[in-house]
Ligand binder design. Structure first.
Ligand SMILES: CCC/C=C/C=C/C(=O)SCCNC(=O)CCNC(=O)[C@H](O)C(C)(C)COP(=O)(O)OP(=O)(O)OC[C@H]1O[C@@H](n2cnc3c(N)ncnc32)[C@H](O)[C@@H]1OP(=O)(O)O
Length: 306
């Protein structure tokens, strides 16, 4: 009974997501003109691939209030784009990101209220809203690749741990900086990093000390999977990887992401039940026939829009 309840819960989650996606699709079916943002530059550099670039280079891509809001709008729109199959997230200018905007966003955390409880009741939803800025990446069924060059500070680590794949340049460095500004990190690093690197002790060390670590160590711990000599090579590598992913069946790739995200947070049997339910529909896709036939005929498969 408990398993059935969980499966029904999972199904409701999937159906709920589909309804939200169709609502957003209605809003964003305006092609690239729907992707005009203040803090982000959104382009389609390759077929089926979107690049989302944090775009406040003069402020080192510090995460201001527009950013926290626009990332949600942007990724909800991407989730609903039938022709987009993979995403690259990058930073414009000198560094990837300096994390939380210590002016604009920091001041939004000082809320009005007659007493501490009333202030807390206002602040709680704001923190949850900021959490959604990165959770939306994880909820987007399309694989998201973080391409990190130079500094990735504070909120930057929260952001990249919500991505599916992380790549960086040789000169990249990372810092879970929150304790240095008097905060427990609260938008994803503490929850996701130990799972990403599979080393709880190291995750705690980095979070307690805010020790800066470099590309080689990031690769050794499993935070990034590849290191490139410079930003140009990094972006080329990230886009190439995104194109490879985009050449596969979108039904298969998105089912894989949804299943891996679900399985990370559930026991093996629940993950197996979830993917069995998922595939009882998705295995009936025309993509299975097309992928198998293309393989037999030694040709490139063609998959239709979602
Ligand atoms: C509910 C909240 C959830 C989120 C929590 C997140 C928490 C965090 O992210 S904690 C980490 C906060 N970030 C920092 O402490 C980093 C501060 N910045 C730096 O240390 C340096 O800027 C950096 C090493 C990243 C880059 O150094 P560089 O020499 O290349 O640049 P600067 O000359 O220092 O800065 C250039 C201009 O950018 C502005 N700027 C840089 N970082 C921030 C920031 N975090 N917030 C706002 N503005 C930032 C800096 O003021 C300069 O502006 P200007 O003086 O107008 O030229």
């Amino acid at each position: 009974m408990a398993t059935l309840g969980k499966l029904l819960g999972a199904t409701r989650h999937v159906v709920g997501a589909a309804i939200r996606v169709s609502q957003v699709r209605a809003t964003f079916q305006r092609g690239m003109s729907g992707y005009q943002f203040e803090s982000l530059a959104v382009t389609r550099p390759r077929e089926h691939v979107m690049q989302v670039e944090m775009n406040r280079p003069e402020k080192r891509n510090a995460m201001n209030q527009a950013f926290w809001r626009e990332m949600v709008e942007c990724f909800q729109a991407i989730a609903a784009e039938p022709d987009i199959r993979a995403v690259v997230v990058s930073g414009a200018g000198k560094i990837f990101t300096a994390g939380l905007d210590l002016g604009d966003t920091m001041s939004s955390l000082f809320v009005e209220g007659a007493d501490i409880a009333r202030k807390a009741i206002r602040l709680g939803p704001k923190i949850r809203q900021y959490q959604e800025t990165f959770s939306v990446i994880e909820k987007c069924p399309k694989p998201v690749i973080a391409a990190v060059h130079s500094a990735c500070v504070g909120g930057g680590v929260d952001l990249i741990t919500a991505c599916d794949i992380r790549l960086c340049t040789q000169d990249a460095w990372f810092q879970i900086k929150e304790v240095d500004i008097g905060l427990a990190a609260d938008v994803g690093t503490l929850q996701r990093l130990p799972k990403v690197i599979g080393n709880d002790s190291l995750a705690r060390e980095l979070a307690f000390t805010s020790r800066r670590f470099e590309a080689e160590e990031a690769k050794q711990m499993g935070l990034v999977s590849r290191i490139y000599p410079d930003r140009e090579a990094l972006l080329e590598g990230a886009l190439e990887l995104a194109s490879t992913i985009a050449s596969k069946s979108p039904i298969a790739v998105q089912g894989t992401k949804v299943s891996m995200v679900y399985s990370r947070d559930h026991p093996v049997q629940e993950g197996l039940d979830h993917v069995a339910l998922w595939n009882s529909t998705m295995l009936q896709s025309e993509d299975v026939v097309e992928a198998v036939q293309a393989g037999m005929q030694k040709r490139k498969p063609e998959f239709s829009k979602l």
